[in-house]
Design a protein around this ligand. Structure first.
Ligand code: 8YV
Length: 315
């Protein structure tokens, strides 16, 4: 077997420490810095052995078509929705993710958003900074403990959110493709029945074709009027226009969002609403987790070029 080329194509910037490690070991090409990416690919794509990209960015099939020797797509993240896995399978390109590394951080941020939305933490912070405490009092907030939480998607992250919810003595409901008899939580057969049972509705399902726009007007209407919607998964799962309408009509009471349909663009309607807490897609963005993610990506690229078993391959 011929030695694969030790050239790495970086689709988008990743953590500096990872870029430095890759630069030290391989010939790294940064597609995002090419003024004419198509021309660069046509000329240089043949030498690329490994693609490194982020979960939220992925890599297009059009790019992969220019990489005849590529053997691995190492994703800095867990989302595979921006990679055509079927195409990768046909070409026998391995896909690796940083599974496990970010579960706790994402669950923590889901709870951070839940607490910030319910207890009006951002509003309270602005209230103090603006000196309004001197004249008035902050409107009452919503209790979190012992409420009903509905978790859409019971993968690793959904389960980590449920464990945190148990610490708040919450009643835990979830939906997924099928019930898991080992889980001590109440399964709902679909998103609508989950919504009916949710004071807090958490989107923790994978992005991609199957979940595209699935949290829509019907779901918002099935939620109680006091419900808060939290999304730490993908912007594509929620129909953003329907969410804006539901917030404007008072079908739901608020939202906490880390992800959006067209990042980094955030609809002006969300920015104008005091009952929406916004974050710039940072659920996995802690020093500790990003370091672990970097190590995993590097290990997979290294294993690939050394013809070793890829430790985090998913296909
Ligand atoms: C990252 C993500 O923020 O895991 C994913 O799929 O979207 C996030 O953890 C992203 O991949 C890095 O920018």
């Amino acid at each position: 077997m011929s030695q694969p080329a030790q050239h790495v194509l970086l689709i988008a910037p990743v953590m500096d420490a990872l870029q430095q490690r890759l630069d030290a070991q391989y010939s790294v090409h940064r597609l995002y810095q090419q003024p004419d990416a198509a021309a660069w690919l046509a000329e240089n794509g043949k030498q690329i052995g490994a693609v490194v990209t982020r979960g939220d960015i992925g890599v297009t099939t059009a790019v992969l078509e220019n990489l005849p020797q590529v053997g691995v797509i190492a994703i800095f993240g867990v989302g595979t929705d921006a990679v055509d896995l079927e195409y990768a399978r046909r070409r026998e390109i391995a896909v690796t993710i940083t599974a496990g590394a970010l579960t706790d951080d994402v669950a923590d941020l889901a709870f951070g958003l839940l607490l910030s939305s319910a207890r009006k933490l951002c509003l309270g912070d602005r209230f103090v900074r603006e000196g309004r405490w001197l004249q008035e009092s902050l409107p009452l907030a919503t209790q979190v403990s012992r409420k009903r939480i509905g978790i859409f998607g019971m993968g690793n992250i959904g389960r980590a959110i449920a464990r945190r919810a148990a610490g708040f003595d919450m009643e835990i409901y979830y939906t997924d493709r099928k019930a898991d008899a080992a889980l001590p939580y109440q399964w709902c057969e679909d998103v609508l029945s989950l919504a009916e049972n949710s004071d807090f509705f958490i989107v923790a399902v994978s992005g991609g074709k199957e979940s595209l726009g699935i949290v829509n007007r019907q779901v918002f209407q099935a939620l109680p009027g006091h419900a808060l919607v939290i999304n730490i998964a993908r912007g594509s799962i929620i129909n953003e226009q329907d969410l804006i309408a539901a917030l404007q009509n008072g079908d739901i009471a608020g939202a906490g969002l880390d992800v959006f349909a067209q990042e980094p663009q955030v609809p002006a309607e969300f920015i104008a609403m005091d009952n929406v807490v916004l974050q710039p897609h940072v659920a996995s963005a802690t020093h500790e987790t990003r370091q672990r993610m970097s190590n995993i990506v590097f290990e997979n690229v290294e294993a690939y070029f050394n013809h070793k078993h890829l430790p985090h391959r998913i296909n």
